[in-house]
Design a protein around this ligand. Structure first.
Ligand SMILES: [Zn+2]
Length: 346
């Protein structure tokens, strides 16, 4: 399986994933992983030798001698995550806990082509490079194929017809790379941060475009061609203005036009109406707003969305702004790399 590329072994990933949530004993690791105590001992020994785990204190367990606690060494390995917007590239460095340690940001030329992009990505990655890196995640504007790592003709960019970006980037950077839509990596970031609390949620990313990431029953929903979430191109007005996608009256076109003429009430209402439709369709109980338009006017977007949601008391919907701010897409891309490192299903 492609998602085991980063690992020395599946058992190592399972044990690390369990240690991620807090200090654990070898006995607990065996109980929770289903591995035999002998297998756990072997894996733990290997992970300690590699510097990923450290023995740290003991826990009393009533009878018998206290058990040694094992802790994840968060900065023993690092991941990079990138956000590719139509006018900007952002790369963040995170530790194994997903904490952002450093970042580099650079403008991208209008309509940039693949060679220009890969050169700029390489430059920023080299600025943050470390010998502890396990991989690079890229959150890119859609449409693209997450499984094959191929970008398919994003609106507003030239020369991006069926570009195998993941393999090109792996070759240039000399590191494993995962590619996903920016909306999905942002959703991954929120799911990672909030854990079990978030099971059925939508993340609305309002940047130069408008798209959504969906978490359904605890998993990021990507669809048959991994292209789900192109919600900005849902028709809201049959005779509406022409959109960059060539259709008319799209959510994205209506929002961007209102925003461009400074009509914040109309812009946020468009997002609110669109989100209300999603709540009806998917029965989600959490909505997370992100993207630079939202971050510039957070209170207005919160109000605009909340005002349009269903009023039924038994259908409460929590609406929030991502606390990860401008880093959410890039940090989520790094967390996607970490998820593969830990062998967690996604
Ligand atoms: Zn459209």
């Amino acid at each position: 399986m492609a998602n085991l590329r980063f690992l020395r072994g599946y058992n190592d990933a399972v044990v690390l994933g369990l240690a991620r949530s807090g200090a654990v004993t070898r006995v607990e690791l065996a109980e929770r992983s289903g591995l035999t105590p002998q297998a756990v001992s072997k894996v733990v020994g290997r992970l300690i030798a590699d510097g990923l785990l450290v023995e740290s204190g003991t826990r009393n367990v009533g009878v018998g001698k206290p058990r040694t606690l094992l802790k994840l060494v968060a900065d023993s390995r690092l991941a990079l995550g990138a956000q590719v917007e139509r006018d900007e590239l952002r790369v963040v460095l995170t530790d194994l806990a997903g904490t952002v340690l450093d970042r580099a940001v650079a403008p991208l030329p209008r309509g940039f082509d693949p060679p220009a992009f890969v050169a700029e990505l390489t430059r920023l990655v080299d600025r943050l490079r470390s010998d502890r890196l396990i991989g690079v995640g890229i959150g890119f504007v859609g449409p693209l194929d997450h499984r094959t790592g191929v970008v398919h003709d994003p609106n507003g960019l030239t020369g991006w017809h069926d570009v195998p970006l993941r393999s090109w980037a792996e070759e240039r950077l000399g590191l494993p790379v995962v590619l996903d839509k920016d909306t999905n990596t942002a959703m991954v970031a929120e799911a990672w941060r909030r854990g079990e609390e978030l099971r059925d949620a939508v993340l609305v990313l309002v940047g130069t475009g408008l798209g959504i990431g969906m978490l359904l029953d605890g998993r990021v929903h990507r669809g048959a061609r991994t292209n789900a979430g192109e919600y900005g191109h849902t028709t809201l007005q049959l005779d509406g203005p022409t959109c960059v996608c060539g259709r008319t009256g799209c959510v994205e076109a209506l929002h961007n036009l209102a925003a461009a003429r400074g009509d914040l009430v109309e812009a946020t209402s468009v997002v609110g109406v669109a989100v209300a439709d999603l709540v009806q369709l998917l029965d989600i109980d959490h909505v997370v707003l992100a993207g630079r338009a939202v971050l510039a006017e957070p209170a207005a977007y919160l109000d605009g969305v909340r005002a349009r949601l269903p009023k039924d008391e038994w259908l409460p919907v929590d609406v929030s702004i991502t606390p990860l701010g401008d880093d959410v897409v890039a940090a989520g891309a790094a967390m996607l790399v970490l998820s593969e490192f830990y062998g967690r299903p996604r």
